[in-house]
Design a protein around this ligand. Sequence first.
Ligand SMILES: Nc1ncnc2c1ncn2[C@@H]1O[C@H](COP(=O)(O)OP(=O)(O)OP(=O)(O)O)[C@@H](O)[C@H]1O
Length: 330
Amino acid sequence: MTAAPGAGTETKVVLEAENLGVALPIDGKYVPITTDVSFSVRRGEAVALVGESGCGKSMTASAIMGLPPRGAKVTGRLRINGRDVLDLSPKRRRALCGSEIGFIFQEPMTALHPTLRIGRQMTDTLCHNLGLSRSAAMTRAAELLDLVGIPRPKDILKGYVHQLSGGMRQRVMIALALSCDPSLVIADEPTTALDVTIQAQVLDLMEKMRREFDVAMLFITHDLEVVGDFCDRAVVMYAGDVVETATAAEVTRAPHHPYTRGLIDAVPGTGLERLVPIGGSVPQIGAWPEGCRFAPRCSRATEKCAIRPPLEGAPMPDVRCWHPLTEERT
Ligand SMILES: Nc1ncnc2c1ncn2[C@@H]1O[C@H](COP(=O)(O)OP(=O)(O)OP(=O)(O)O)[C@@H](O)[C@H]1O
């Protein structure tokens, strides 16, 4: 693994999604799952993709990884380290993903094989992606486990994933994600399945890895506290759309989109006397309103919201809303 490069390279854009859309064939026609998803992640930066369940966060991540569901139509542009990847052949795409993108999933038990020794799984990945010999891969695997704070790495490599605690399993996932020296790591709800103390440890470790190796991180979460604590910027999604993009501090302290405000008011620790859930629910795919998709749940909605607001060109930049909140951001 290469150490963090020096100053001057930290602004390099690693991931660029431009009007990224995924549609799935359902009952004989393509139904949009996400539309117009645009954002970027720079080297060393952690960007959160945030929103309620069903907003399209994981679908966006699967399109970036080149692993959308069978039959999916992916449109728009997607660049990884400046290279357009949507037109690559499946083989070249897999090779690119193996060498440039690392993944951390919510539940390591579903991503790690239950009956293969941890050493075997790690060395398979290292041999395949880096072309190492089996013995060199085993040495590297032990180094990686040591790096992520796993004690007695050589013993752990001989064991199985079910013998580890949830936090240790997630450390193995992080080691695997970093094993190919990726420029981008996609973490899909990596701490949701862990208890609070272990969550904090895993987040600390990811933060350390991000700083040390200067990777770009796309962090998929519905936890706004994690966004505020861990991420630099946040991309808020609603019903398959990006509705607001800003720094994590701005999004969590002074959001401009009523949906983002609703998300914040619905979680504990916001200072409100009681939590205020957003009324209603995310519209089903195939049943999105014509205009603003959030309008049916929005107290600020007017007739104008029958027209879909653009992300740019509505009253505020990076806020897909005709009536944004105008709280000052300091
Ligand atoms: N293979 C599929 N076939 C049909 N619909 C799907 C499929 N995968 C996802 N969907 C639908 O696409 C929408 C977006 O799903 P997605 O998993 O991306 O949401 P999410 O924001 O990641 O939610 P969560 O936080 O619950 O994972 C949902 O309505 C979901 O039911």
